[in-house]
Design a protein. Sequence first.
Length: 517
Amino acid sequence: MARRNKLQNRPVDKGFLSIGRSLAVSARRFPEKVAVSEPARDITYRELNERVNQLFYGLRELGVEKGDHVGILFGNTIEHLITLYAVAKLGAVSVVLDIKWKAREISQALSFFDCDLLLFDSAYRSSITAEALQGLKLGAFAYGEGDCPSPRLEELIRGHPTKEPACDVGDEDLFMIMLTAGTTGMPKGCLVNHKTYAIHCLNSAVGRGCDENSKELSVVPIYYNSGRGTVLAHLFFGGSVYLRNRFDARETMELVQNEKITSLALASTMCYRLLQLPDLTSYDTKSIKSLRKAGLPFTWKMVEGLIQYVTPNIFQGYASTDAGQATILKPHEQLLKIGSSGRAIWGVEVEVVDENHGPLPSGREGEIRVRGPNMCQGYYKNPEEEQKRFVYGWYYSGDIGRFDADGYLYVIGRKKDIIKTGSINVAPKEIEEILLLHPKIADAAVVGVSDPEWGEEIKAYIVPQEGERPGDAEIIKFCKEYLADYKIPKKIEFVRDLQRSDLGKVTFKFLEEREGE
């Protein structure tokens, strides 16, 4: 009689690319290496994984099951990462909320995305109303000091074992509902499984050299997809992550110099502040192997300043929450292909198409569509938008772009942002880039405003450089050197600040306030 294999009846672990498993693997490879560093404390991979395991058992005891939705409300903290990984190991689904949201926005998101539990930093307790808590079948748990009536997250961790749990999580199981701006005010919820997110992490290694020797400085919020993706990628491969809850230009340069930071992502607003440091060139930045754009692309002037004063190792690209990273522009291409988002990355197809879905030749403008393993699995409770965006296996971005003869993508702007003046379509981004070349202009935003004759006319909001006040005629004359007459702003308004978000986008609040005046 054949001897029965003792392993035959053991459960098969199918989650080779699960995010929870990735942390356990890194903890076995680098147990005593610092995984995450905050200003006041460090945590090793072993400690991080053990803390995650304790929370896993606590959440399971509470009644969290595979497929449950867990709201997460934290800033750039170790606890944010602990909750993400614990929820992932359970096979539950994370719904990460924006800490800048008001009570109404948080309440609506918890309800719409059917959250069963909320884990949050007590610093944001004032944004969580009784109404928001009513729909949570498993309640809410707070972390940190301060007067907060909710039970403590520490209670779910304390006293539980640190051993690695048996996880029933497959690669195709849902990892997260990633939130991104929607057209109706409610964020779209991009459904992302473990395998797709693991491929996001792999892209960081292939495209930008992320590995166990990397040191990532994270000043972009990790409750945004841009910031979170690069942090989890570094932990996926065993690098070290330095978390900061806010961006400070001087502190950033000090950390780069003292900790030999190899990788960081910066929004355009952050780069502007960095380049204003009077002693910028006194810092040693030779360790930087990757300075990536987060949010909006860097302007021509900004790229030149970063190369001259910070590092030549700049990466830009075209990406979205819905479709992941699609293209990359590498350091040696930055000045050769100014204004480009680069070429398609491995495994991803990018096309520019007309209204009949036909691919357009180089030089022709049309809608950008993307297809590849980075794409999300659809939208949560939003079939209309899903049907509109995901067509024939492609993701239709709503962005307008063109390719040059070498296959480099140039993003012109959003379909919805295009200004139609007379019968001509004008992209605000092109005008903004020209305005930012003016030595007396620090920042600029271009919009279309209603006009009875032209339908829309072009208006520019301009933030002057400190101590400068260029006249309207001077700005218009400057624009005429680079732009066709129909692209010249007809109205100019000077403002102190454009109220940009952390990722560099002009806020709706700013535009509403200006239009209401």
